[in-house]
Design a protein around this ligand. Structure first.
Ligand SMILES: *Cc1c(COP(=O)(O)O)cnc(C)c1O
Length: 372
């Protein structure tokens, strides 16, 4: 993995914005304990940068999908609770116990397998996943849950029943029927179970829009803390979140064109006589979609269209005039009275904003700043 340290292109993450969004989420959900989901490189924003911003900004724990992400956090010095939300291979149960991870269990078979790999010095803390209708992982049957809790009790030196969770398939929409179906199933399966220290069912949507109907002391939030409204504005239209990211770069080359000169691969754009075109050091190799052609960036507070196809390492923009190399270019963020958010890209391209951040590549340098 190579990070472009020495290129004037940076994805800045604002600690103040992360802290603000965490506080908004905590308030709306009435949550005591907030785990920030930092799986998949913190939704593309940068695992270590976002995790630092989150812990400094009031998050109580971090939630990941794979054990390698959890190990990377421990290696980087994070001592906070770490929840692994997907199933790990049973072979890694001992490593998970030694690192004090909270792991997810979804079958009695897994416990039997994992037991072979735990030496008993420190029991493994497990969170019991209940499938109430997401159809991904989790117990679907009460008898197997009971058997698993009994198994853990009989093997208390190996396992601690620490959590109970489910995940909603739709919690961020005006359509609430399916949510309520899942909630009813949750009550059916878990109401008479012994209660572990950590009961956690809410992702961003459930935390923001269903807190009063669900256990909400502990939540697992991602999207909303990244500054993306979970319902994409369907359920809440006010501007309560702050943009956590700012993607900025500079003009690295500027030229004046003649009438009809083509720009980039396949010449899908032709310039007019005298037009000024700037090149910036950022392309689809950094994780920008090529479909951003025709969208714009901000230069000196003005919208400048992205012209021609994005190249892997560069893209060209139409300038209002002859601007010097080194002029700042805002690709995401605010310049003057204009702002570009991931939601604007998402609307332009027609996919979800988090699908756009998740593809930011390692080459793109992340940098944590206090505020913008
Ligand atoms: C990713 C994930 C979350 C966070 O979801 P958001 O919708 O981004 O808040 C919560 N719980 C589980 C199990 C997840 O996989």
């Amino acid at each position: 993995m190579v990070v472009a340290q020495n290129r004037p292109t940076r994805l800045l993450i604002s600690k103040a914005a992360v802290a603000h969004n965490l506080a908004e989420t905590r308030k709306a959900a009435h949550a005591k304990t907030v785990f920030l989901a930092v799986k998949a490189n913190a939704y593309g924003f940068g695992l270590l940068e976002v995790s630092k911003a989150a812990i400094d900004g009031g998050a109580d724990g971090l939630a990941v999908a794979v054990i390698d992400e959890a190990l990377a956090l421990r290696e980087a010095g994070f001592t906070c609770p770490i929840l692994i939300m997907s199933l790990i291979q049973p072979e890694y149960a001992g490593i998970a116990a030694a690192n004090n991870f909270i792991t997810t269990v979804a079958s009695i078979d897994w416990l039997g397998q994992a037991a072979k790999y735990i030496n008993g010095d420190v029991p493994l803390r497990v969170s019991v996943a209940v499938d109430t209708g997401m159809g991904r992982i989790g117990y679907r049957d009460r008898a197997e849950i009971d058997a698993s809790l009994n198994y853990m009790e009989d093997n208390a030196s190996l396992f601690t029943y620490y959590g109970l969770m489910t995940h909603f398939s739709q919690a961020d929409s005006e359509k609430v029927d399916y949510f309520h179906k899942q909630l009813a199933r949750w009550h059916e399966l878990t109401d008479t179970l012994p209660k572990p220290p950590m009961i956690h069912v809410a992702n961003s949507g459930a935390a923001m829009y269903h807190a009063d109907e669900i256990p909400h002391d502990v939540i697992r939030a991602g999207t909303v803390v990244y500054g993306i409204e979970p319902s994409l504005g369907e359920l809440r239209k006010d501007d309560y979140l702050q943009q956590i990211e700012r993607l900025e770069t500079e003009l690295v080359f500027v030229k004046q064109m003649h009438e009809g000169d083509g720009i980039s691969y396949g010449h899908i754009y032709h310039a007019h006589e005298g037009e000024w075109i700037g090149t910036v050091a950022l392309g689809y190799g950094d994780g920008l979609m090529r479909k951003l052609t025709g969208f714009h960036v901000l230069v000196n507070g003005q919208e400048c269209p992205i012209v021609g196809k994005l190249a892997m390492d560069a893209m060209m923009i139409k300038l209002p005039g002859n601007l010097p190399v080194g002029t700042k270019v805002t690709v995401l963020g605010t310049d003057g009275d204009k702002t570009i958010r991931l939601d604007d890209w998402a609307d332009y391209i027609g996919i979800a904003p988090w699908e756009l951040s998740i593809i930011f590549q390692d080459r793109l340098k992340r940098e944590l700043v206090e505020r913008f």
